[in-house]
Write a protein that binds this ligand. Structure first.
Ligand code: ZN
Ligand code: ZN
Ligand code: FE
Length: 750
């Protein structure tokens, strides 16, 4: 049959950018074209997805509409570009091999939790993937953790060494199949396997050993986990001892939502977060009646919990007697998460009783992400698996940059075009292993996104490893960024703000240009710069790192500052107090600080909650947890000086000392203290608004992980007529610093 005259046909080229690879986009386009009887082709390029389509103009319109408006579930079309071509008379539609163009890049999908269809396959007794721990499809499975380079095709992943069997190959090549071009497609015949026999055997072993109270090292998606039965008190305690993990809470994995509801309160927003394809750890309020070992999260009223997100996890729970497992990162104290079998057997030998290993390599280390919900929205606290390497839109194209981030909870950030590419959580840059992880991540992201930085942004703290790394890079312009300016810029960039805001940056510490340690800061800030309008009054803090480990030193600083007589601290030997007091008076190893974290420390120490901590923020968390509900009272404080104003909390501290001596309960004091701090935030912002007319307030910094403070301060600010801007996709803690540094450097280099 002759073709209709070409005037009745139209041909267009469509280029799509965004998350369009590894999410089933090509089969979607292919099937759509067949349905609409359109000819042409589709392919992955390193820039995204390219299709040429021709046929009936009305069908073509419907095609364009569907591709841009109703893409596959995991896809995200950021940009669509359409251009007209001459019709060629092409009637059939094909998927063509990928094309690479130099300098171009496509966005890479994060790892995706096992979908319902694949869970069905794994549970299907008659199916060929029954019990197969590496089942995946176009809608789920490993992505970022296995991709070595783009375009995203099997040879460029750690699945390269597995040749597909005939059955898998047929699925892979059938555009109507759910596994069409699913790069990690595999089955028991041809894919990765567990070590130690047929899939059922090691799994059965693992279940039996977990049930018996053993600690297992389990190879996961982005690294190893250390696991044990969460209800087994002695197993949990043993794990804590062997891991040398201070008192940091362990995360749990639950069989299903019902198992979570047994131990935690779960809101609708929490349920949405738990069951999302990102499958993060969600911080939930623990039910009072939940009988769980104290060693899971000592002194904490919340629990971090997640659902199984790989077939291997689902199989670990299958008909096992336990419904909750501890699933903590497989590492030693503060080192990066372990990814290779050999590394695990070596480093975790003293921790794990047994190893559940497999032969699918993890290319990129990626920890579990941590979120909590607030005001109905998910708020990311640790941005890693399921989120990285999703990019953020900077609103305009900027030069290619590297921002090295901070010291604790480090993540780095690259920019490319309009994209800010924030890395996964790297960790505390305090040891060589973590620095190596930083370098691995940087090299990988530079390659995947084809970034060659023209400038480097860094924190002003001269001793941060990230700062030293930045300054050691030869031949590139460097941009030093003040820590709290970066916090506020991060909050602005995430929310697409420009202009100026009132920035409240509260955290443990950040280097101040005046040589003091800042951390209770009110800035008037834009990307180009900031003015410090107010801060917590400086107190003397003695002892360097010890001052952070021993909260009573902050208390002593406050007491010396307020001229109070003897520090009636019944919890610390008198002799030590005397020595530190002398250090303060002589200015030996003593810094001045406006840190809000130290203010929390001081209060926690004075009320007798805690004199020494095993991880950053522990005293503040315990003070938050202690706060009683239904207390409306507050303490007096003062705002003084003329520019920058100083928030004088000495009256607060004096009241707390008095009340503690009078036997007022810790819970009441804590609640009143939180109320007071929220008041101080509102009052200071009000004064700044009076001078600047600014009414947008960005809240950032690690202190705003404190839910008690946030739930008091945010509504109070709104009631006072402010627009409150919070973090959601980016952590308020130092994990968000690099994004702020990048946004600031981009502005300064304009
Ligand atoms: Zn699936
Ligand atoms: Zn196969
Ligand atoms: Fe900070």
């Amino acid at each position: 049959m002759p073709l209709p005259p070409t005037v009745l046909r139209r041909r267009v080229r469509i280029r799509l950018r965004g998350i369009v690879q590894g999410v089933g986009f090509r089969p979607f386009v292919h099937n759509l074209a067949w349905e609409l009887k359109l000819g042409g082709y589709v392919l992955n390029s390193s820039a995204g997805l390219v299709a040429e389509v021709e046929g009936d103009p009305a069908a073509l319109e419907r095609f364009i509409q569907a591709v841009t408006q109703q893409p596959p579930p995991l896809a995200w079309v950021q940009e669509a570009e359409c251009s007209e071509l001459d019709a060629l008379g092409e009637e059939s539609f094909a998927i063509r091999p990928s094309a690479t163009a130099t300098g171009e890049f496509a966005l890479i999908s994060p790892d995706v939790a096992t979908c319902a269809d694949c869970r069905g396959d794994v549970a299907d007794l008659a199916g060929r993937r029954f019990g197969y721990p590496f089942t995946n499809c176009t809608n789920c499975g490993p992505r970022y953790t296995i991709i070595r380079d783009i375009p995203y095709d099997r040879p460029k992943t750690t699945m390269a060494g597995f040749a597909m069997c005939a059955a898998c190959r047929a699925e892979y090549e059938d555009p109507r199949n759910r596994r069409f071009h699913a790069q990690p497609n595999a089955c028991p015949e041809c894919g990765p396997t567990l070590w130690g026999g047929p899939p059922g055997l090691p799994l059965e072993q693992a279940r039996l050993r977990l049930t018996a109270g053993e600690i297992l090292a389990i190879k996961g998606l982005g690294g190893f986990h250390l696991a044990c039965d969460a209800r087994n008190e002695s197993a949990v305690r043993r794990l804590r001892e062997r891991k040398r993990r201070s008192d940091k809470p362990f995360a749990l994995m639950a069989r299903d939502l019902a198992a979570i509801a047994e131990v935690c309160e779960v809101s609708d927003a929490d349920r949405a977060a738990l069951t999302s394809p990102r499958s993060p750890i969600v911080i939930l309020p623990r039910k009072a009646e939940a009988a769980l070992p104290e060693a899971i999260a000592p002194g904490n009223r919340t629990i971090g919990i997640m659902l199984p997100y790989t077939p291997l996890h689902h199989l670990l729970f299958a008909d096992a007697p336990y419904g909750l497992l501890v699933m903590t990162s497989g590492n030693l104290s503060e080192e990066p998460i372990v990814v290779s079998n050999g590394e695990a057997q070596q480093r975790l030998a003293g921790v794990a009783d047994w190893f559940l290993l497999h032969n699918r390599d993890i290319y990129m280390r990626v920890d579990d992400s941590v979120v909590r919900t607030f005001e109905g929205a998910e708020r990311v606290l640790r941005r890693s698996r399921g989120y990285a390497p999703l990019t953020m839109d900077l609103g305009r194209a900027v030069p290619e940059l590297l921002a090295c981030g901070g010291e604790l909870k480090n993540a780095l950030c690259l920019t490319k075009g309009r994209h800010a590419i924030l890395s996964q959580h790297i960790g505390d840059l305090e040891n060589y292993e973590t620095l190596v992880f930083f370098e691995e991540t940087l090299a990988n992201l530079k390659r995947l996104f084809r970034v060659e930085p023209h400038a480097v942004a860094y924190d002003l703290h001269p001793l941060y490893l990230s700062t030293r790394y930045a300054l050691d890079i030869p031949n590139l312009p460097k941009v030093g960024v003040q820590h709290h300016h970066a916090h506020i810029a991060s909050c602005m960039a995430e929310n697409g703000l420009s202009g100026q805001v009132i920035g409240v940056a509260f955290d443990g510490s950040g280097y101040g240009p005046d040589g003091a340690i800042w951390g209770g800061e009110f800035l008037v800030a834009g990307y180009a710069g900031f003015e410090r309008r107010a801060h917590l009054r400086y107190i003397p803090l003695a002892g360097g790192d010890a001052a952070v480990r021993e909260p009573w030193r902050a208390a002593l600083g406050y007491l010396v500052d307020s001229g109070a007589g003897a520090f009636a601290c019944q919890f610390v030997p008198e002799e030590r107090v005397r020595i530190v007091r002398r250090m303060i008076e002589k200015g030996v190893n003593t810094v001045r600080t406006s840190s809000c974290g130290r203010l929390f420390d001081a209060v926690a120490a004075i009320v007798g909650l805690r004199q020494a901590v095993t991880f950053e923020g522990q005293a503040a968390i315990e003070l938050e947890m202690a706060a009683q509900d239904g207390v409306a009272k507050r303490y007096p404080f003062e705002i003084e000086g003329d520019g920058p104003w100083q928030l004088d909390f000495r009256p607060v501290i004096e009241c707390i000392v008095r009340e503690t001596a009078a036997g007022v309960p810790q819970g009441v004091i804590s609640a009143k203290f939180h109320n007071t701090l929220a008041d101080a935030i509102v009052e200071t912002c009000r004064r700044i608004r009076g001078e600047t007319k600014l009414a947008r307030v960005c809240l950032s910094g690690g202190t705003f992980q404190n839910m008690r403070l946030l739930t008091t301060a945010a509504p109070a600010l709104r009631a006072a007529g402010f627009q409150v801007v919070l973090h959601a996709k980016v952590p308020p803690n130092d994990g968000g610093i690099a994004l702020g540094q990048a946004a600031i450097a981009a502005e300064l280099l304009k």
